[in-house]
Design a protein around this ligand. Sequence first.
Ligand SMILES: *[C@@H]1O[C@H](CO)[C@@H](O)[C@H](O)[C@H]1NC(C)=O
Ligand SMILES: *[C@@H]1O[C@H](CO)[C@@H](O)[C@H](O)[C@H]1NC(C)=O
Length: 214
Amino acid sequence: MAATSLLCISLTLTLLHLAAANSEGDALYTLKRSLSDPNNVLQSWDPTLVSPCTWFHVTCNQDNRVTRVDLGNSNLSGHLVPELGKLEHLQYLELYKNNIQGIIPPELGNLKSLVSLDLYNNNISGSIPPSLGNLKNLVFLRLNDNRLTGPIPRELAVIPSLKVVDVSNNDLCGTIPTSGPFEHIPLNNFENNPRLEGPELLGLVSYDTDCPAS
Ligand SMILES: *[C@@H]1O[C@H](CO)[C@@H](O)[C@H](O)[C@H]1NC(C)=O
Ligand SMILES: *[C@@H]1O[C@H](CO)[C@@H](O)[C@H](O)[C@H]1NC(C)=O
């Protein structure tokens, strides 16, 4: 009896494990379907496999959970998808130097393990989601060379781990945060945003009506 229930428990755990792996594969496959991939870099992304861990440009940890997606410089276009927010062990999301359009899904704020969000050199529009302030392990936030609008969310200033922020060459507005991690970010990393007004003074946030959040 005890042996049987142990077997049941371990079978259930295995199935749960596979289901988790599959849901990560499903999320990535949703991304693939939303992208145009003329160079076939996503050819190995086969949704019928038991997990995405053997796909090229995807890295998993020992528990078969996705930790990296490396698709910089891959000639991809199309849109990001909210399903990316399900990759709860993802540490590196590298999609720089493509031609991705559309918005940054607010669901990326669910990526609690994320260390690096590199979306620079694309064609991304909309505003920077305040939900990114939930990324308590984030170190690198590089969104430069896109078409982002709206303010720099103050929520980002409470991320203790944040070391590198680059939002240059966009169309952001409002003022530049100066507190927390922003104390150490060089002003160059904000340049070429014609409507950005410069560093906020005395911690006074000016969310002026000329700079709506979306
Ligand atoms: C990128 O894709 C386009 C087709 O959309 C193709 O014409 C071009 O050669 C590709 N660029 C590179 C660097 O592979
Ligand atoms: C960027 O996206 C816009 C649509 O949002 C499109 O009109 C424009 O051609 C794109 N730019 C490039 C370089 O593909």
